[in-house]
Structures are given as structure tokens and as C-alpha cells.
Design a binder for this molecule. Sequence first.
Ligand SMILES: Nc1ncnc2c1ncn2[C@@H]1O[C@H](COP(=O)(O)OP(=O)(O)OP(=O)(O)O)[C@@H](O)[C@H]1O
Ligand SMILES: [Mg+2]
Length: 238
Amino acid sequence: MAETVQTPSGSDVETAIAVLDEAGRTYGGSSVAVEALKPTNLTVARGDLVAVMGPSGSGKSTLLHVLGCLDRPTTGRYLLDGRDVSHFADRELAAVRNNTIGFVFQRFHLLRDETAQRNVELPLLYAGIARPERRKRAAEALASVGLAERVTHYPGKLSGGEQQRVALARALVKRPALLLADEPTGNLDTAAGHRVLEIIEEENRGGTTVILITHDPEVSARARRRLTMRDGVLTEET
Ligand SMILES: Nc1ncnc2c1ncn2[C@@H]1O[C@H](COP(=O)(O)OP(=O)(O)OP(=O)(O)O)[C@@H](O)[C@H]1O
Ligand SMILES: [Mg+2]
């Protein structure tokens, strides 16, 4: 059964990693405005594994972009790790992203002209971490996704599944509290998709909160919490 997600309140909110409080997102001007995310309430507990499903165009990516500080809500509030980030300036949002969030996209978004190693080092570079430490941590992150042998490869020389694991290593290299993944297995075959999912689940067992978008019922079945988006309205399976 699906029901509307409850208004955030009480101690759950204080300990949550992410809280949407009537947060909504409208795109475009007043004449052609698209209310991609209707005012939404959501409280995500630390350590949770949440799957979001729903038809194309229903607002799933919009939701994830707000949760990932890639975008601001145009109405309501977003509390991330106890801080209201709804009105943060771009620079502040970028800092929050770098410190708290790992983001994985369906189409990998790797830099073509940089090796796997350099791609994974980038978040550490932005964080001002010195080169020897960067190299060490990026190599460890690549090893943890099973790509120790591919550090000098360029994305174009890697399979889709390998590219997505590089993207995962990049998202995880700073040990984010919150990992967001927008259809991370959408462009992969079954075996490669399973591998990526296993890495995400392993990370979740280590304490990282995970919110992922998926069209795959098998993937969503493995989540602890299942949300559905329809026409910008979020409901929860109970
Ligand atoms: N930058 C934008 N400007 C204007 N409208 C947008 C923008 N991004 C998304 N939209 C619109 O908002 C609605 C929700 O889009 P969104 O990308 O969140 O859907 P989705 O559920 O992720 O779809 P898909 O499964 O195809 O990825 C769509 O109608 C889309 O056209
Ligand atoms: Mg989308």
C-alpha cells in the first residue's frame, strides 16, 4: 500500500541525515512553469537504504538533485545533517556537496581526458588534500571497487560497468555521509549492475546513508525503504 509521506516532526528529524520540510521545486517562468517536485515531506534516517521509483518525468531526478545540493528547493526547507541549506549560495552548496555527499549519475559523468586515478582524485583536489595523500586514497577507493588494475586507464578504455565503478569510487573517496545514485545500474548489463549494487550495499552496511533511483523492481526490493514518485508527488510503500 502507498501512503503520503508524513510531515517531519519530533526526534526523528533531529537525528536524521536529510529532511525535506514542504520542499518543492518549480522549473521555468510563471507562464511555462513545471512543478517538478510538489511540496514534499521526507525524513531520511542515518544509515538507511532508500529506493525511489516512478515513471519517466515524474520528478525523481529533481528530488535527488535537491537532496544532493545540486539544486535548491524553490519552496520549503531542506535540512541536511541538521543544517538548513535551502538558501545557501552556490559556493556554500558546493562545499556541502564536497564534504557530505557522494553523487553517482546514470551516465557516469567521468572526465574523458583524465585517468581513472585522476578522476577519483578530483574531489580530494577540490578539498585541498595534498598530492601524495590524494594518490593513496584514490588508489584505495579504486581497489575497493575492484579496479586496482585499471588506475591508469582512461574512461574510454573501460567497460560501462567499470566506468560506473570509477564513478562510485569518486563518489565514495571522501567517505560521504550520504550517497545519492540516479539510476546507477540503468546503463549496465545484469552482471555489471549487480556488481555496482553490491558495492553500494557494502557501503551502506558500513554506515553510509544511500538514496537511489531505480526502474528495476529487483533493486528496489533490496532497499529498506521504497518511495514512489508520480507527477511530483512522493508516496511511500508501507
Ligand atoms: N532544468 C529543467 N527545466 C525545466 N523543466 C525541467 C528541468 N529539469 C526537469 N524538468 C521537468 O521536470 C519534470 C521532472 O523531471 P525529472 O528529470 O525530475 O524526471 P525523472 O523522474 O527523473 O525522469 P526520468 O525517469 O526520465 O529520468 C519533467 O517534466 C521535466 O521535463
Ligand atoms: Mg531522471
